[in-house]
Design a protein around this ligand. Structure first.
Ligand code: PBG
Ligand code: ZN
Length: 331
């Protein structure tokens, strides 16, 4: 330091940050509409568009209105949707879930007729359909894994018969992917892909969703089947099992607090990897923006970019429609 030699840097990182065009040229991560999947909530009835308080900008739709909505999404450039439904009746075993004229099944077949290019993914679970709100059949105070597998196979085939482009099991039952793959292959649906919620954590960020899909458990929690937030090695084992059982796409859920898991899964398996930007993450951004505490548009984009940078190929997000409408992509 005493030599008088000026300690100016020879490598100047700022050279490539000078203009938007230079920044575009060297950006490592992009965000395109083709990366985004918009969740849709279906309810029984007709002519219904019910705005959700805890998910501002999101609605429950009756089948007829949902089809119109998906047409608009497609016109705005989106290519994929994920369907959830509240059925017209619930029982102990969620039997409405595998009815061939259930709300998901009917909406899928209408969508495939009227907007055939849109990728229609169906969420497969039972919590929306059971009177107790758990993701399977309850026996001795807990969800019985293998009894639930039997009805998972039934629900899978009903979604397949309806014409779903992809099925996404979210119940975190052991062996669910293998059971679905087997059922599909046996019944002539060997070309139908499975997107598995492989590493789904027992997160506190699902609150608004449980209101939207009317699926909060009436007693207890989901910790005996969803993952403990402290674990990442377990997420890799869960994902490996799903891949071995035949998953075509693996998923990490939620997104923001689990970016490390997304990165680890992508690096380890190099599989098509989805992340679920869940309802609580969306609601936090919307609430802070509504209070004027953050710039909602910028935070939305930065959040979605973080999933892509972590390694997600695709993102299930309630922001999809807004990104499409505002054309806020990252080149
Ligand atoms: C139900 C299901 C949940 C979500 C997707 N599928 C809730 C849960 O597991 O309790 C959460 C999605 C979100 O919060 O956006 N199996
Ligand atoms: Zn469930």
């Amino acid at each position: 330091m005493s030599s008088g030699f000026p300690s100016f840097p020879t490598m100047r990182m700022r050279r490539l940050r000078k203009t938007p065009q230079l920044r575009n040229l060297v950006r490592e991560t992009s965000l395109k509409l083709s990366h985004l999947i918009q969740p849709i909530f279906l309810v029984p009835g007709a002519g219904i568009r019910n705005e959700l308080k805890s998910l501002p900008g999101q609605c429950q739709w009756s089948s007829d209105r949902a089809v119109e909505h998906v047409k608009r999404l497609q016109q705005s450039g989106l290519e994929s949707v994920l369907l959830f439904a509240i059925p017209d009746f619930k029982d102990e075993i969620g039997s409405a879930a595998w009815s061939d004229n259930g709300i998901v099944q009917q909406t899928v077949s209408t969508l495939k007729r009227e907007v055939p290019e849109v990728v229609v993914i169906t969420d497969l679970c039972f919590c929306e359909y059971t009177s107790h709100g758990h993701c399977g059949i309850i026996r001795d105070g807990d969800v019985d894994n293998d009894a639930t597998l039997e009805i998972i196979a039934k629900q899978t085939l009903s979604h397949a018969r309806a014409g779903a482009d992809m099925i996404a099991p979210s119940g975190m039952m052991d062996g669910m992917v293998g059971c679905m793959r087997h059922a599909l292959d046996e019944s002539g649906f060997s070309e139908l892909p499975i997107m598995s919620y492989s590493a789904k954590y027992a997160s506190a960020c699902y609150g608004p969703f449980r209101e939207a899909a009317d699926c909060a458990p009436s007693e207890g929690d989901r910790k005996s089947y969803q993952m403990d937030p402290g674990n990442i090695e377990e997420a890799l084992r869960e994902t490996l099992l799903d891949i071995q059982e035949g998953a075509d796409i693996v998923m990490v859920k939620p997104g923001v607090f689990y970016l490390d898991v997304i990165r680890a899964v992508k690096e380890r398996f190099q599989y098509p990897t989805a992340c679920y930007n869940v309802s609580g993450e969306y609601a936090m951004v919307k609430a802070a923006a509504a209070n004027g505490w953050i710039d909602g548009d910028k935070v939305m984009l930065e959040m979605l970019l973080s999933f892509r940078r972590a390694g997600a190929d695709m993102i299930i997000t309630y922001f999809a429609e807004e990104i499409a409408q505002k054309g806020m992509l990252i080149p």
